[in-house]
Design a protein around this ligand. Sequence first.
Ligand SMILES: C[S@@+](CC[C@H](N)C(=O)[O-])C[C@H]1O[C@@H](n2cnc3c(N)ncnc32)[C@H](O)[C@@H]1O
Length: 226
Amino acid sequence: MKFAEIQSLPFVFENFSFENPVLYNTPDVVVDNKGKWNFSFFKNLNPIILELACGGGEYSISLAQNYRDSNFIGIDIKGARIWKGAKYVMEKGLTNIGFIRSRIELIEHFFAEKELSEIWITFPDPFLKESKSNKRLTSPYFLDKYAQLIKPSGILHLKTDDDTLMDFSIESIGEHPAFEIVETYFDLYNDSEAVKNTNLVNIQTKYEKMHLSNNKTIKYIKARRI
Ligand SMILES: C[S@@+](CC[C@H](N)C(=O)[O-])C[C@H]1O[C@@H](n2cnc3c(N)ncnc32)[C@H](O)[C@@H]1O
């Protein structure tokens, strides 16, 4: 039922096969928005902000409600989570947000070079085993893709509860030639500077709420595309 409903929504795009990196809007119609999201989908020239591993899309939805002059796209592989966010978007009639159900590994097929103004990575799976570190969304493999898609001076944000992922990301982003780290917080909610940034502390995802209720500290990195 949820899958059928997702397929009927004009603002949800799905990839059905890693080997065939295209997006469908309804099961039979391929939609090629690469390089055309502003013109074909949002129908404006506002900046496009992508949230990776968006889950139910809480972050993108709140930002979309607060910033009507920006466009948001959430991407996640889990259809049931996207369905929840998409249903809310439909009920609220928001027009500056869309969702992609796909593996993030495919993003360069869906967006053109410099098409994005910002990327948010919100509470990605930390893949703690060293042997799986290339699956971390801040590994060089993914950073190379983001470097292509984010405009010069655009921003990459990471929010995480995980110390290993935080340390790994400081190193991987810090060493990447296309990014410079401009802010880091190791305990967002107990940092007098950080709490002044209302976007960082007023919008909380499902996982963020869960981590906060388990007394975990929330960490944040902001990096600028050089
Ligand atoms: C821990 S959850 C966080 C969800 C949401 N951002 C939040 O904070 O509530 C991580 C999400 O990443 C998604 N995910 C992990 N690896 C992915 C990949 N390679 N491609 C697409 N989604 C992925 C999972 O499906 C899951 O919804």
